[in-house]
Design a protein around this ligand. Structure first.
Ligand code: ATP
Ligand code: MG
Length: 563
């Protein structure tokens, strides 16, 4: 399937105007993840925007790790993030950067602010700093250290860097306005002491810049023209602009905000996703129930489907929650196009054909994709004992049920017409075997008299079937907005994972790990890396829409209309 084109949005409009007016000759954007977890579907929206507009307008997009907090950042997150961005289909070329590349420059700029009387070393306790910040209705109180001599702050800041003080003993603050209506401008901290090794700079530093002091300046150093971020940074924009206007930066970037992606039944916060991993609620960051890009990849999502989803939801400034079913429907559209068809029985019930010649096996030809004859055919063994889905047989069923029931004739896809002659049950009344006869003249689904057989079901020859573990997934959370009414952990769906032992047609041995196939009439399934030579494992990527379930609901509700 091809990529869907992104509609013009306010950001694309601004960029087009900036290029037309000559304000910029070329545009430069960046995607700035903090390497403290794995990327999730929300990040995909930002990535598609940052890299997407750069490509559309002939500019470039940088990948910049916002690695200013060594307490939470780890190298394996950096590696995973790079892999995920590439998998999603984007390339930063040679433009890979880290905020830590700029630590020396940022330190110099901090000294520049102190020298200009625009920053000071704060020695009050964290508690006092918090208290003196005031709140939304009352202004803050100036720190007793606010007007200390410049020389004193310069000396203390150098000694902070030299490692003379404990974590938290001092901070460097910008001197802006303790009465500002924007709390972010009330003398924000710009450096903190943290005696910790950094994944890239090792033990070179024991003071680290705050996000706000690093971000805009990193944008300026890299010549970013449009710095795109989510709405929660809107009230940080005045601070972003304050730094770039008070420092001798080489260029002045602009920040633009857009609404983050919220997806129903889904959690998009790295911190909370990490909690799910740390507490063993899921098996790993790439558990197929996780909304991480690695989890989605393992589940069987295609990069095209995620990009098309992002193009479909578009870019706005107002927040909302996107329905998960939209993502699923775009995924189905893509997989419908590309996934080969196979037969698999998830809830096996045995069918025995009474008039089938004993021991006989016949190969039948099946299309790999009914819409794409160029994908060819394969041969499947048909025999006197088959597996069918338990739900494809009913002892008693309404007229509109076109599957197997006593006396009814049904087409076994690519095989023969079978008529149900009886069934057996165990002592609990559970059906154990369905008995049928077959019409030898109906091979491939055609008969000389062309009689109408409405139902078609799938099957697998039991002597040739491959037993497989199949993992069926449901939403990880029961609530549309997990955590809306308290702790998100209370909203976990206990039935998010169900395992079944399925029976697959033999050609399924050739599926590769990561490959997605359609199990006919059931859904799309991706071979998992837990597969072994004697036991394949499949993840259900997404179910097909179940037309019978819908029809049955309708029948139960009242006057039937058929389907
Ligand atoms: P999280 O809360 O999940 O940790 P974050 O914003 O702290 O997210 P970053 O790694 O700092 O994560 O984010 C990198 C970029 O991705 C930022 O520009 C951020 O605005 C964007 N982003 C993060 N979450 C979303 C989301 N749900 N929708 C759109 N963009 C997002
Ligand atoms: Mg962040």
């Amino acid at each position: 399937m091809n990529d869907k084109e992104s509609a013009a949005d306010f950001i694309r409009t601004i960029i087009a105007e900036d290029l037309a007016s000559g304000k910029h000759q070329a545009i430069v954007t960046r995607f700035p993840p903090e390497p403290n977890g794995y990327l999730h579907v929300g990040h995909a929206k930002a990535i598609c925007l940052d890299f997407g507009v750069a490509a559309e307008f002939g500019g470039r997009c940088h990948l910049r790790f916002d690695d200013t907090n060594p307490a939470k950042e780890e190298q394996h997150y950096i590696d995973a993030i790079k892999e995920d961005v590439r998998w999603l289909g984007f390339d930063w070329g040679e433009h890979l950067y880290h905020a830590s590349d700029y630590f020396e420059q940022l330190y110099d700029w901090a000294c520049f602010l102190i020298s200009a009387g625009l920053a000071y070393v704060e020695e009050q306790s964290a508690e006092a700093v918090r208290k003196n910040r005031g709140d939304l209705t009352s202004p803050g109180v100036n720190s007793p250290f606010r007007d200390r001599p410049i020389e004193e702050s310069l000396d203390l800041f150098a000694r902070m860097r030299a490692g003379e003080f404990e974590d938290g003993a001092k901070i460097l603050r910008a001197k802006i306005d303790m009465a500002s209506h924007n709390m972010v401008l009330r003398d924000p901290a710009i450096y903190r002491i943290q005696h910790r090794s950094h994944p890239r700079t090792g033990d070179a530093w024991c003071i680290y810049p705050m996000y706000d002091f690093a971000h805009g300046q990193s944008d300026a150093i890299e010549g970013i023209t449009h710095s795109l971020c989510t709405m929660e940074f809107e009230n940080h924009r005045p601070l972003y602009d304050w730094f770039t206007s008070h420092l001798p930066v080489p260029a002045v970037p602009r920040q633009y905000e857009f609404a983050r992606l919220n997806l129903s039944y889904t959690m998009t916060s790295k911190r909370k996703l990490k909690q799910l991993v740390d507490e063993g609620v899921v098996s790993s960051w790439d558990d197929p129930r996780m909304p991480t890009l690695s989890g989605m990849r393992r589940r069987g999502f295609t990069p095209t489907s995620i990009r098309n989803f992002c193009a479909t939801i578009g870019i706005k400034r107002t927040e909302g929650t996107v329905d998960y079913s939209l993502l699923e429907s775009i995924l189905r559209d893509d997989l419908n196009d590309v996934a080969p068809r196979r037969m698999a029985v998830l809830d096996p019930l045995k069918v025995v054909i009474g008039n089938w010649p004993a021991g006989h096996v016949e190969m039948v030809e099946a299309m790999n994709h009914p819409g794409k004859p160029e994908l060819g055919t394969r041969e499947i063994p048909f025999s006197g004992e088959l597996w069918i889905e338990r739900e494809d047989f009913r002892e008693q069923a309404p007229g509109k049920y076109f599957r197997l029931k006593p006396g009814a004739e049904v087409r076994f896809r690519y095989g023969y017409y079978l008529t149900c002659t009886g069934f057996e049950t165990d002592d609990k009344g559970e059906v154990t075997v369905v008995r049928c006869s077959y019409d030898p003249e109906s091979k491939g689904g055609n008969t000389a008299d062309e009689r109408k057989v409405k139902g078609t079901i799938h099957w697998v020859s039991s002597a040739h079937a491959i037993a497989s573990e199949v993992r069926l997934y449901d939403h990880l959370f029961r609530e549309i907005v997990p955590g809306a009414n308290g702790d998100f952990m209370d909203d976990l769906n206990p039935d998010s994972l169900t395992m079944v032992m399925a029976q697959l047609e033999p050609s399924m041995m050739d599926v590769a790990v990561g490959e997605v196939v359609q199990f006919e009439r059931s859904g799309y399934f991706c071979m998992d890396r837990d597969s072994s030579a004697d036991k394949p494992v499949f993840n259900r990527t997404v179910a097909l829409r179940d037309s019978w379930a819908k029809l049955e609901k309708k029948l139960n509700q009242g006057p039937s209309e058929g389907a």
